[in-house]
Ligand binder design. Structure first.
Ligand SMILES: CC(C)(COP(=O)(O)OP(=O)(O)OC[C@H]1O[C@@H](n2cnc3c(N)ncnc32)[C@H](O)[C@@H]1OP(=O)(O)O)[C@@H](O)C(=O)NCCC(=O)NCCS
Length: 181
C-alpha cells in the first residue's frame, strides 16, 4: 500500500471538523473509552465535551470516508498544568494553545493517524503564534509515547485531584520548538 512520509495510508485525510461530524466523533470516543479508559470520566454530554468553550479549532481524520480520529486545539483552561509550566520555564508572557481531545479509533491505530492529527494541531498553533502544550494522564502510555516520538518535552509530572475520591497522575508536555509552518 502506498504510504505518505508519516507512515499513514494515502487514503487517510485530516480535515476541519464540522457540526455534522460530532455524532461520528462521539461514537469513536465511546469505543476509545471502552478500550482505553479515555477520557477517564465519561462526560454527561460527550458532544459538548468535544466542543468546550475554550475550543479554537478541531479536526477529524477520515479514512475511506469514515471518521476514525479527532484532535482539538484550545485556549488554556483553569487546571491545565502545562501552560503555566511552559511560561515559568521559557517566558512569563508566552502564549500557549492546548492540544486536547486526541483519539484514534482502536481499529485504525498504528497507521500514523495520531501523528498526523498532532502535527496538524501543532502547526495551527504555530500559525496563531501560540506554543502547543498539553496534559496527558500517565496511564495513556501510547499517547505519551507518541508525544515523545514527535519531539515533545515532558515538563513535569503531578498528581491532580479530579474528584473527592480520585487522584490522577498527569504528565505535562510542550512541543520542543515552534512547529514549522
Ligand atoms: C494516542 C493515540 C491517539 C495514537 O494513535 P495512533 O493513530 O495509533 O498513533 P500513531 O500511529 O501515529 O502512533 C502509534 C505509535 O504508538 C506505538 N504504541 C502503541 N501503543 C503503545 C504503548 N502502549 N506504549 C508505547 N508505544 C505504543 C505504536 O507502536 C506506534 O509506534 P510507531 O509509529 O513507532 O510504529 C491512540 O493510541 C489513542 O487514541 N489512545 C487513546 C486516547 C488517548 O490516550 N488520548 C490522549 C489524550 S491526551
Amino acid at each position: 500500500m502506498k504510504r505518505e512520509n508519516t507512515g499513514a495510508p494515502a487514503r487517510t485525510s485530516i480535515r476541519l471538523r464540522t457540526e455534522e461530524d460530532l455524532d461520528a466523533c462521539v461514537r469513536v470516543l465511546a469505543a476509545v473509552h471502552e478500550s482505553d479508559g479515555y477520557p477517564v470520566n465519561w462526560p454527561d454530554e460527550p458532544g459538548g465535551w468535544l466542543s468546550q468553550s475554550s475550543l479554537l479549532t478541531a479536526w477529524v481524520a477520515e479514512r475511506d470516508g469514515r471518521v476514525v480520529g479527532h484532535v482539538a486545539l484550545s485556549r488554556d483552561e483553569p487546571g491545565d498544568l502545562a501552560p503555566g509550566l511552559w511560561r515559568a520555564r521559557r517566558d512569563a508572557n508566552a502564549v500557549t494553545a492546548v492540544v486536547s481531545r486526541l483519539f484514534v479509533a482502536p481499529e485504525a491505530r498504528g497507521n500514523g493517524i495520531g501523528a498526523l492529527l498532532l502535527t496538524r494541531a501543532s502547526q495551527d498553533a504555530g500559525r496563531r503564534g501560540l506554543h502547543p502544550v498539553l496534559d496527558v494522564v500517565a496511564t495513556d502510555r501510547a499517547a505519551a509515547a507518541l508525544y515523545e516520538r514527535q519531539g515533545w518535552q515532558r515538563l513535569a509530572t503531578a498528581e491532580q485531584r479530579w474528584s473527592p475520591d480520585r487522584t490522577v497522575t498527569v504528565h505535562a508536555y510542550a512541543a520542543a520548538t515552534s512547529p514549522a509552518l
